[in-house]
Design a protein around this ligand. Structure first.
Ligand SMILES: [Zn+2]
Length: 484
């Protein structure tokens, strides 16, 4: 994600910068989702078939899914909307939504299920038998998503309908089993493994639909349109719908880049940010992994939000910040979408690299008038100011990066620790390790962890392998002993 606090400082000083455990790239050895959904303008009803592949080394007797849609309930304990953004998130008054599970079938037979977790955010499906490693099981889930009128990842706003996390998403598995994601309002509280998706959506014909997938069929009949999309090796599938969308397409990078917008005086310029950053990041980090990429202007409180092959960009940003957010969210296609990580425990892993990728982009595109040294200087000043404020307020400042979203006091602290500080860390690493080792390290990290989930010390290992003296260096920053 791109944070608002960050954007505020970006506006003031001309610039600063503007975000799931293991994905298997072996075709056939991966979980497959098939979702057939209908959307009537307010409610989405769907049948979702999950062909689950057990890629772990232990037998499994149940599956657990995150039900992010339930975070929009009236009495949710973990709301996506922080108390500071209620007015922006609900411009037309408070509104609520939820996700109802109507029926679950396992291998074609009705199955027991529970909606539980800390906040009705988990669907647990008993499989009734053990699924051993490398075995598969078919689970059908009928669900209803009632959308709130809320400017958020999942909800209806004045111009668009945001459908991030619109379906039950399998919890990622780590050494402790399925990982439950509580919907913290700070950061991006997501963690999921890669899967293949085929999604069919039926809506009224007057909606234009932007999705994570490549469209493979379209059928128009009686004022309704049914479209089917596919994407492989994706951590999730997102859609944005609007009756106001215009769309322009660029194929010059070898990827079909679509820009959907409802108000933009210069859509060509906005598309340029997407095309140039796609080109630059492919050249610098490695090849983009999907066939399409959709940059979607939408209602959003923060700067933007990344999903596989689709990014949401806040349509109310001023022009300069708008372009920066497109670059930042595009960088997430490498850091978070391809190279995944547990965003609740280690949000800084993808946000820090996305931020530093923005510095690299502008350094190499002087036509935008933003210099590397200025960008870094602004980051240093912002971070030092944060340290001074916290020192005065609390008598000490904790700059440790190794902490969960639940341990941050709010967005100001999170932005400084998970975005700005790691950005500075990569700048200093580059100066210490030298250009060749630094860029070799980034390429190697992408190649080695693409479709997998990285942990904080994986990137350290990669830089060590390319000859950078990285171990003590990263540790100092991770644990908060650095001097900036
Ligand atoms: Zn981000």
């Amino acid at each position: 994600m791109r944070k608002t606090a960050l954007l505020l400082s970006a506006t003031l000083v001309l610039s600063i910068f503007t975000c799931l455990i293991s994905c298997k790239d072996k075709s056939g050895n991966i979980t497959e989702y098939q979702i057939d959904a209908k959307f009537d303008g307010k409610v989405l009803t769907a049948t979702q078939t999950v062909d689950y592949y057990n890629d772990t080394e232990t037998a499994i007797e149940k599956l657990e899914f995150n039900l992010y849609g339930n975070a929009y309930r009236k009495d949710a304990k973990y709301s996506p909307v922080s108390i500071h953004t209620v007015a922006q998130s609900y411009p037309d008054g408070i509104s609520y939504g939820d996700m109802q599970i109507n029926q679950v079938m396992v291998s074609g037979e009705k199955a027991e299920f529970l909606v539980e977790g800390k906040d009705l955010n988990l669907l647990t499906v008993e499989l009734g038998k053990e699924i051993f490693p490398e075995e598969r099981v078919l689970v059908d889930i009928d669900f209803t998503l009632n959308l709130a009128n809320v400017v958020s990842r999942t909800g209806i706003n004045r111009h668009t309908v945001n459908l991030g996390n619109f379906y039950p998403i399998l919890c990622a598995r780590n050494q402790n089993g399925f990982y439950e994601c509580n919907y913290y309002s700070v950061g991006d509280p997501f963690f999921s493994d890669c899967a293949n998706y085929q999604v069919t959506l039926t809506t009224n014909s007057d909606y234009t639909v932007a999705t994570s997938g490549k469209r493979i069929s379209v059928l128009e009949q009686g004022g309704k349109v049914t479209q089917t999309y596919k994407i492989n090796n994706a951590r999730s599938f997102a859609m944005v719908l609007s009756k106001e969308f215009e769309c322009i397409t660029d194929n010059s990078t070898g990827t079909e880049i679509n820009y959907y917008y409802y108000k933009d005086d210069n859509p060509i310029k906005s598309m340029e940010y997407a095309v140039k950053s796609m080109n630059y990041f492919e050249k610098t980090f490695g090849e983009y992994v999907y066939e399409t990429y959709s940059v979607v202007q939408t209602g959003f409180v923060q700067g933007g939000m990344e999903y596989p092959a689709l990014v949401m960009i806040n349509g109310d940003l001023e022009a300069g910040a708008y372009g920066e957010v497109i670059v930042h969210e595009t960088a997430h296609q490498w850091w978070q979408v391809a190279v995944g990580n547990n965003e609740i425990e280690y949000g800084f892993l993808d946000e820090g690299l996305a931020e530093y990728s923005v510095v690299l982009f502008f350094e190499n595109h002087p036509e935008y008038g933003m210099k590397r040294e200025n960008l870094v200087e602004v980051s240093e000043k912002t971070f030092k100011s944060f340290c001074t404020v916290y020192d005065k307020l609390f008598g000490a400042v904790n700059t440790s990066m190794l902490r969960s979203l639940k341990d941050f006091s709010g967005e100001y602290e999170y932005v400084n620790i998970a975005y700005i500080k790691p950005c500075i860390m990569y700048e200093y690493l580059r100066k210490t390790a030298g250009e060749e080792r630094f860029f070799k390290g980034l390429k190697k990290y992408y190649e080695q962890y693409k479709f997998k989930n990285a942990e904080p010390y994986d990137v350290v290992g990669v830089f060590e392998k390319v000859g950078a003296d990285a171990n003590g260096y990263f540790d100092t920053f991770y644990t908060g002993k650095e001097i900036i």
